[in-house]
Design a protein around this ligand. Structure first.
Ligand SMILES: *Cc1c(COP(=O)(O)O)cnc(C)c1O
Length: 754
């Protein structure tokens, strides 16, 4: 008996080859075990159980055709082949679409049905697939997916590699890296599932399930790989559908279903691998020698009986002698800027991926959607109308464009909803956050639509009063409400929220001295569990006591209130609602301990425009109900949208100065705008348009190989990476970046203008 075993890599993210070899050696002491590798840098080749080695050139140098012939010959001569690498298994499946009796790896049709992330073949198993989205969708939609899933998301490649992307810029960087490595734009984002990881390993021959075993990870490496685990039988309610699945797929070879069990005991399937897992020998130790069952199933040879040494296994690091005929190579060149383990793998797996991709472009593509997304964001009609209202012959670029119809639509929409949500007992109102964009047109719209003016400095208060707000329509917030000195209004304001105990004490003193007055005086409370520098922390009994004492000093004619603010676009929408509910509980404790009723509840801003203006009003309506139930004294619920109002309300017009095409198809276009006008470019996507110089039509811009370089002579001044300018784009053309009316506008700076 001769068995070829590949995948001998033994680094931090090991392949199963050495485990398979150890298991086979126990079961078949006299078999000839041949290690197959594509690099002499792989330490597993030195494992003592190997009788022989078949070392090939790395995948990028290997002539796949002649190598394929030699593999066929080895199989024809009676050698068995157990693949320890997904990509090699794919290549073999491509080479032998209908299998080979000695090839102990799955057929091509089976591989196609287990592609990530759908793993369609597993639909009969008691598992769910975590929500995902193909990165072929527009950036606008991908950002919405991340917000919806609380930024607990993974960006995954088609074969290997996954990166957690807790922010938009980390997503953009990981996408660039993975796209380059795997030469495909077809990646996907998948929601993270919290829970304990477990796997089911199986062995099958021609559709017959020969054995399966369950493993729970009990210790993991920094990369999340198994370091120790426990082994158990697969329960029958999993086994029965697994058996059916293996039959339907006509599966041959090893396999692994990687899953997470969540707190409610639901299993989520992350992926199915077409090979044994690296911990395969851990199961052998527990008496389940699946490689032996596989060889037995294929050949009829009887293995030595398996002995269970316990149900738990762990790894150790072992030093082994280096084979004399394969001395150590010199140290590799340091590899810069890599993410993911595949790039660290010495055998050039990524170039095999490239070759496979070239030969068979839809071999194992992820998420191929019929009528797939075109990657272009939908552009609201009001954007088009607003942009069309400009005579661009007279617009000196770069120039912010006020989107009149869009802005008034948004303020009206917010006002209408507040009105609908209000009842006789509880009024729902908004305060426009002036700092987000202090443009007078926006402040005026806020005034005309019944908003309050939400200010964080006395200069902002002045501005609000100049535009027409009365002092009793002003809400003051933040750590610097007294700045600049001497501008505090003498009239009664609407609400005043203190950011610290010191601030509260100062405010009480000022009120006692008649230096200021507000109908509501309250506190901002610091969000527990979500890090914030603002507000009064509630987690120490000492501060809590001081807080209670200070609140008790509040004059009886001043109503009490609570404010909190945590950006939902940063922590995610459902996590924000979760936080909201926990805030209400804190509010109840504060009421009890201070003996003061909370009359105004201010839930801050930080909403992404689409989330704030969502057509689904039910969450907001439910929240009003919850507040009524938990804090019956609340008369007014305030929210403080800033970017939800301002961001869509301005766009940035720019012109192309020059287009440079490079030999590798990439294009660099220099524009007259820069990151000085778009400081938020890295933090969230902007919908971009080109105005066709012939027809005047507005064309959305999707992803491609063009980088838009800012006008500044600064390395990092790239205003858009990897976009696709529409056909016929040329110097002088007008580009419009939408969604630039929030912090892009207010934080833009004058730079490079002499
Ligand atoms: C900045 C700010 C807002 C508005 O935040 P956006 O992210 O622009 O919605 C609301 N309230 C307070 C207290 C703020 O500081």
């Amino acid at each position: 008996m001769k068995v070829y075993v590949s995948g001998l890599y033994c680094g931090g993210n090991p392949q199963p080859g050495v485990g398979i070899v150890r298991s086979l050696r126990q079961a078949f002491p006299n078999a000839t075990l041949v290690g197959v590798e594509y690099s002499n840098r792989v330490s597993g080749i030195h494992w003592d159980d190997l009788d022989d080695l078949w070392i090939q050139r790395p995948w990028d140098e290997l002539d796949l055709e002649s190598y394929g012939e030699r593999v066929r010959q080895a199989l024809d001569e009676g050698g068995l082949w157990i693949s320890g690498s997904d990509l090699e298994a794919m290549w073999l499946a491509d080479l032998f679409p209908n299998g080979h009796r000695n090839l102990l790896a799955p057929p091509l049709a089976a591989l196609k049905r287990i592609t990530k992330p759908t793993v369609e073949a597993a639909s009969g198993l008691p598992v769910k697939i975590p929500p995902y989205i193909s990165t072929e969708h527009s950036d606008w939609d991908l950002h919405a997916f991340c917000r919806e899933h609380n930024w607990r998301v993974w960006l995954k490649g088609p074969y290997y590699d996954a990166a957690r992307t807790p922010t938009w810029d980390s997503f953009a960087a990981a996408r660039n890296a993975l796209t380059k490595v795997w030469s495909t734009e077809r990646l996907f984002l998948q929601s993270h599932v919290s829970g304990y990881e477990e796997s089911v390993m199986l062995a099958a021959y021609k559709g017959e399930l020969l054995g399966a075993v369950s493993m729970r990870k009990r210790e993991i490496t920094p990369e999340g790989k198994t370091w120790a685990g426990d082994i158990s039988e697969v329960p029958e309610e999993f086994m029965a559908p697994l058996r059916r699945m293996v039959k339907e797929l006509a599966w041959t070879g090893g396999g692994e279903l990687e899953m997470v069990r969540d707190a409610s005991n639901q299993l989520w399937l992350l992926e199915m691998n077409p090979r044994f897992p690296a911990w395969v020998h851990g199961a052998t130790i527990a008496g389940h020698n699946l490689p032996a069952l596989l060889v037995q199933g294929a050949t009829g040879a009887m293995p030595k009986p398996s002995v269970a040494h316990g149900q738990e296994f762990t790894r150790v690091v072992l030093e082994v002698p280096v084979r004399g005929d394969y001395p150590l190579p010199p140290l590799p060149e340091p590899f810069a800027g890599a993410i993911g383990h595949s790039m660290k793998h010495p055998s050039g797996l990524t170039s095999l991926a490239k070759k496979l991709h070239k030969a068979n472009p839809d071999l194992l593509e992820v998420v191929v959607e019929e009528d797939g997304p075109d990657g272009l964001p939908a552009i609201p009609d009001s954007f088009v109308a607003d942009i069309d209202s400009y005579d661009f012959a007279r617009v000196q670029t770069p120039q912010f464009l006020f989107m009149d119809q869009t802005a008034s639509g948004l303020f009206k929409r917010a006002a209408d909803r507040a009105h609908r949500l209000s009842t006789n007992e509880v009024q729902v109102v908004s305060g426009y956050s002036i700092k987000t964009n202090p443009d007078e047109r926006l402040i005026k719209l806020a005034l005309d639509n019944g908003f309050y003016a939400e200010c964080i400095s006395l200069l902002e208060v002045q501005k609000a009063l100049e535009v027409g707000f009365r002092p009793d329509q002003v809400i003051l917030n933040g750590p610097a409400k007294w700045w600049p000195e001497g501008l505090m209004p003498k009239e009664r304001m609407h609400a005043f929220f203190c950011d610290s105990i010191a601030d509260l004490e100062r405010t009480l003193t000022a009120m006692e001295a008649g230096e200021m007055s507000s109908r509501h005086v309250g506190i901002r409370i610091r969000t527990p569990n979500v890090v914030s520098r603002f507000g009064i922390p509630l987690d120490s009994p000492g501060t809590f006591r001081k807080l209670v004492e200070a609140v008790k000093r509040l004059p009886a004619d001043t109503a009490f209130g609570v404010h909190f603010h945590m950006a939902s676009d940063r922590i995610g929408v459902s996590q924000w609602w979760h936080l909201f509910e926990s805030m209400l509980k804190w509010c109840r404790s504060i009421e009890k301990l201070t003996g003061r009723t909370i009359e105004v509840l201010d839930m801050g801003g930080g909403w992404f425009p689409d989330d704030w203006h969502s057509d689904d009003e039910s969450k907001f309506a439910k929240a009003v109900g919850t507040v009524k139930a938990m804090l019956p004294g609340v008369r007014q619920i305030v929210s403080e949208p800033g970017k939800a109002m301002a961001q869509p309300s301005m766009a940035l017009a720019m012109r192309i100065l020059e287009i440079q095409e490079h030999e590798d198809d990439s294009i660099e276009a220099v524009v007259d705008a820069s990151i000085a006008e778009l400081p938020m470019y890295f933090f969230y996507p902007h919908r971009m348009l080109r105005k066709c110089s012939e027809t005047g039509e507005l064309q959305p811009i999707g992803r491609g190989k063009t980088n838009l370089m800012g006008r500044l002579c600064m390395e990092h001044d790239i205003v858009a990476a990897n976009v696709q300018l529409p056909e016929g784009s040329k110097a002088g053309d007008l580009l419009i970046f939408c969604d630039a009316g929030g912090y892009d506008r207010s934080m833009s700076y004058v730079f490079g203008r002499g």
